[in-house]
Design a protein around this ligand. Structure first.
Ligand code: BGC
Length: 368
């Protein structure tokens, strides 16, 4: 499953698509005959609520970008599936019957949503898979390089352990939801860095990415492996890392092992500053969310050249091949690069991170 077949550059692809008649226009986007004007509605479906990224970053960024691309005439409608696949299906069906112009879908369950993706397609509503690769006839996919996310996490564990590991080094892996294809890619990426170098003593796939389940899984792992025998914990994201830390603290662990995460949630950045969490993965949300908004608007307005230029990678899903895609790179976030990542990109202000509770940690980390 290595990095899902990213292929050809935009120019080659444009040619090949034109050659097989997929593109209806030639020349630049201004020559395209728009199917819709600026008065459009973009349906946005996000997958869960425990994670802060969806309400704090993804949706507001998409909303703002759609507004700016349409001279404030375009609207977005939002629904969050709350980690419930049936609920999300109903939300998407409503958007189809309300005849939104395009849907950005971050699927709770990439497989079970496929029939609804087909319904949208039949109703003439393009679906762009957002962050998680939904099955069914989607028009495009925007995400981060998810296998790279896992590699970055795995590499960070090795770095934290100082390269001095062997098969007696025991690690616990707490992966994301089995219905989220990203979770499988994170896991594969991490395993490519860890396999053969450490022993994965216990491993869990966590339904709905639930921090509570992650916490109880970690408690079980501690009971089986022993609290002093765990060299590091692979947590697929920050929200679960919080649950894992609770379990370790409840078991009386005072010196926490290196714990990974992902999403650069504010609470996780603070834990990194205080040394409770070793790292997170910073995924530049504006790049992903703005690209998705641009793709959605270009698709609805029939700006095919622009659309193709935004989606110059190619990925395969279990049901569809050669899906136009954009995969955004990511970086490890540790104590050392907080300023050059989340602060520089305006995700957080220093005052958000260095609240009174973290003041002295911020000084130690030379953030103040
Ligand atoms: C996203 C992660 C997120 C997780 C749980 C994944 O699909 O890529 O950023 O932490 O879902 O919502």
């Amino acid at each position: 499953m290595r990095r899902i077949a990213i292929s050809v550059a935009a120019s080659t692809m444009t040619l090949s698509l034109a050659a097989c008649g997929t593109l209806g226009v030639t020349g630049d986007s201004s020559e395209a005959s728009p199917t819709k004007g600026d008065d459009i509605t973009v349906g946005v479906l996000m997958p869960e609520e425990t994670n802060t990224r969806y309400r704090e970053f993804d949706y507001p960024i998409i909303q703002k970008k759609v507004a700016s691309l349409t001279g404030d005439k375009g609207r977005t409608v939002y629904a969050n599936g709350g980690a419930d696949a049936k609920k999300q299906t109903a939300q998407m069906e409503k958007m189809i019957s309300d005849q939104v112009d395009v849907i950005l879908l971050d699927a709770v369950d990439s497989k079970s949503i496929a029939d609804t993706v087909r319904k949208a397609k039949d109703a003439g509503i393009p679906v762009i898979a957002y962050d998680r690769l939904a099955q069914g006839p989607i028009d495009a996919y925007v995400s981060f390089d998810n296998e790279l996310v896992g590699e970055v996490q795995g590499r960070s564990i090795m770095e934290a352990l100082g390269g001095e590991t062997d098969t007696s080094t025991k690690i616990v892996m707490v992966n994301g939801s089995p219905t989220d294809p990203n979770a499988g890619q994170f896991k594969a990426g991490a395993r490519s860095e860890l396999n053969g170098k450490v022993t994965i003593a216990k491993e869990y796939d966590v339904d709905g990415w639930s921090p509570l389940i992650a916490e109880s899984d970690m408690t079980e792992a501690i009971n089986e492996i022993g609290k002093d025998n765990i060299a590091a914990v692979y947590s697929a994201n920050d929200a679960m890392a919080a649950g894992i830390i609770k379990a370790l603290e409840a078991a009386g662990v005072t010196e926490l092992p290196p714990i990974t995460g992902q999403d650069a949630e504010l609470a996780a950045v603070q834990r990194i500053v205080s040394g409770e969490q070793y790292m997170s993965v910073y995924k530049p949300y504006p790049q992903e969310a703005e690209a998705a908004a641009e793709m959605a608007v270009a698709r609805v307005q029939g700006k095919n050249i622009q659309f193709e230029a935004l989606a110059s990678d190619r990925v395969d899903s279990p049901t569809d091949k050669d899906i136009p895609a954009q995969l955004v790179p990511v970086v490890a976030l540790t104590k050392d690069n907080i300023k050059s990542t989340v602060i520089q990109d305006g995700i957080y202000k220093l005052s958000d991170i260095c609240t009174s509770e973290y003041e002295s940690d911020c000084e130690d980390a030379k953030l103040r």
